[in-house]
Design a protein around this ligand. Structure first.
Ligand code: ASP
Length: 603
């Protein structure tokens, strides 16, 4: 559970001390967010039927007449009621005198989680009854009037962060899950960071926020796209994987600093920490080089970084793709800890150990080692056995050592070693990627490492015509704590070069991209860009266990909306205008799929 760590970090130095060392629970949230925005405090109660939020009331409000709206968190002995809104909790004193019988009836009969409006006076709690754990714990509300705005049925789970509930249930009743402090925090922090990003890009650096279509056409390369039927027989739109082509076309159109909080769609099936629809901070600039984009992103993150975290130090370190693979066994190294991979081939050149000799005799055969700090102290026999099994299971993947490194880190941490500081944000640029990689399904063919619009490294252009697999690119990825949170490139702006790469090297159908190729011929400026994966970034910043925890209405692991049951079937007559017929699976296929479903009740 990540609740205590981010909460205490968030509250560090921001909440007013209340005479106790206990961290305040409700109430610190919006104050911290407000302070970290370094702007005027937003007016949370303008235009609505309340004068204050529940969580904001303090001794400084004593004597004030207030009207509050909120949900009933709990009731004690029909004397006290605790009211909750996004801002926090406040104690309401239920009047006991005869003259207020109707108010008492409303407040005592309304079920928990009903939404009520109360008006009354802020009074101090009797001496000794203050609650130092509550930011509003010095005061209470002496109620004069109360209105039941809407009663609530019994909830499928309690709105308390410490009450464990399955993710299936949370997603099924997402609108209730959103009432939790944790979800409120995540979504409000996300909103605040996006706001600061807009401010930085538009107000400080003259970017233009431009929306691009989400009904588009199929494009070559990259992830699988979702299809959208059209009324023209056999014709489909595609949902874009990203606004890549549009942002390049905007550069041709002279909108030379573009950005968008862009929704992207990829039909990649079930992958942990991926969503079929996700959000990018998408950026493109003309007349820029790699270092210009990198500085822009460093400034953007620094500017939008929450104030309750340590400020970011820039520039971020940088590492080539080759170095990342050699020393960390992955192109997204977690640089919060060492345990680097070391090439010890030279030490074994004259070895007589047969399997090592054999390894070295293979083309590009190497012997590599990794030193696990205090491994003998922390790792138990069964850990070593599980590492051996892991190695055997992943044998022949070149990323094996990188995976082993992370596996060892997990084991060490399980055994009590502190290896990855959870308050550390370790950013890293990975650069000089190869322009192409061998296709997984047919290694003799090439595919783009990033996407086909990425420009080759200027010093490698000549290799395009002789040894294209050796060409490095002007592609850069941004990695945070071992997760890729962004990627981009300087683009090809020369139509001929783009055509050659698409048709000759990638064997793609250039007709699908004729609009882009044509545009490049009309004085396209040199340009480049990047996209940051917003969901993953916020997930790492908040320390949430999954990207689903920073998205208001995410899909399940299998891409379903568990609340509304999307995707859903459509009657045949509604498919007619699209000239589509469903080819239903055979009995055995559907049996298999329903069994699958039984085995994966979470989806
Ligand atoms: N469109 C690219 C992506 O989604 C990012 C970029 O190259 O700007 O990965």
């Amino acid at each position: 559970m990540y609740f205590p760590s981010w909460l205490s970090q968030l509250c560090r130095g921001l909440s007013r001390p209340l005479g106790s060392t206990t961290q305040p629970i409700w109430g610190s949230l919006s104050r911290s967010l407000v302070l970290s925005s370094q702007r005027r405090i937003p007016e949370f109660s303008s235009f609505v039927a309340r004068t204050n939020t529940c969580g904001e009331l303090r001794s400084s409000h004593l004597g004030q007449e207030v009207t509050l709206c909120g949900w009933i968190q709990y009731r004690r002995q029909n004397v006290f009621l605790v009211l909750r809104d996004f801002h926090g909790l406040v104690q309401i004193v239920i009047p006991q005198d005869e003259s207020a019988a109707s108010v008492k009836k409303i407040l005592c009969e309304a079920p928990v989680e009903s939404v009520v409006q109360v008006s009354g006076t802020v009074i101090s709690r009797p001496p000794g009854q203050e609650n130092p754990k509550m930011p509003t714990g010095e005061i209470e509300i002496k109620v004069k009037t109360a209105k039941l705005l809407n009663p609530s049925k019994k909830l499928p789970f309690e709105i308390k962060d410490f009450v464990k509930k399955t993710e299936t249930l949370r997603l099924q009743y997402r609108y209730l899950d959103l009432r939790s402090f944790q979800m409120q925090y995540n979504l409000r922090l996300r909103s605040q960071m996006v706001m600061k990003m807009r401010e930085y890009l538009c107000n400080l650096h003259g970017f233009v926020d431009i929306e691009t279509p989400t009904l588009f056409k199929r494009t070559p390369g990259g992830a699988k796209e979702f299809l959208v039927p059209s009324r023209e027989p056999g014709k489909f739109y595609s949902l874009p994987q990203s606004p890549q082509q549009f942002k390049q076309l905007l550069m041709v159109g002279g909108l030379d600093r573009y950005f968008q909080v862009a929704r992207c769609y990829r039909d990649e099936g079930s992958k942990p920490d991926r969503q079929p629809e996700f959000t990018q901070i998408d950026i493109e600039m003309s007349f820029v080089d790699q270092s210009g984009i990198q500085s822009l992103i460093e400034g953007l993150l620094q500017y939008s970084w929450p104030n309750d975290k340590d400020p970011l130090l820039v520039p971020f370190p940088s590492m080539t793709f080759a170095e990342a693979l050699a020393t960390y066994g992955t192109d997204k190294p977690d640089t919060r800890f060492g345990m680097k991979i070391i090439d010890i081939s030279d030490k074994f050149r004259n070895t007589e150990i047969a399997f090592l000799q054999d390894a070295l005799s293979k083309p590009q055969g190497t012997i590599k080692a990794m030193c696990v700090p205090e491994g003998t102290k922390y790792l138990k026999r069964r850990d070593i056995e599980s590492i051996q099994k892991f190695a055997a299971d992943h044998f022949n993947q070149c990323s094996l050592l990188g995976k082993l490194r992370l596996e060892c880190a997990d084991l060490l941490e399980m055994r009590g070693m502190v290896l990855r500081d959870i308050s550390l944000f370790s950013f890293l640029w990975v650069v000089d990627f190869p322009l192409f990689l061998p296709k997984e399904e047919n290694p003799r063919e090439l595919e783009s490492t990033h996407h086909p619009f990425t420009a080759p490294h200027p010093s490698d252009i000549h290799l395009l015509y002789t040894e294209p697999e050796k060409v490095r690119s002007q592609h850069y990825d941004l990695v945070l704590n071992g997760s890729e949170i962004g990627g981009g490139s300087i683009r090809i702006h020369d139509a001929e070069l783009q055509r050659y790469i698409l048709a000759t090297l990638l064997k793609e159908d250039v007709k699908l991209l004729s609009h882009l190729l044509q545009a490049l011929e009309y004085g396209a400026p040199p340009h480049g860009g990047i996209a940051l994966g917003l969901d993953r970034l916020i997930c790492l910043v908040t320390g949430a266990p999954s990207i689903r925890d920073v998205i208001a209405f995410p899909k399940s692991f299998r891409g379903h909306d568990l609340m509304s049951s999307a995707p859903d079937s459509v009657p045949p007559e509604e498919l007619k205008p699209y000239h589509i017929q469903v080819s239903w699976p055979t009995d055995s296929e559907s049996e298999k799929s329903s069994l699958n479903h039984l085995h994966h009740p979470k989806s």
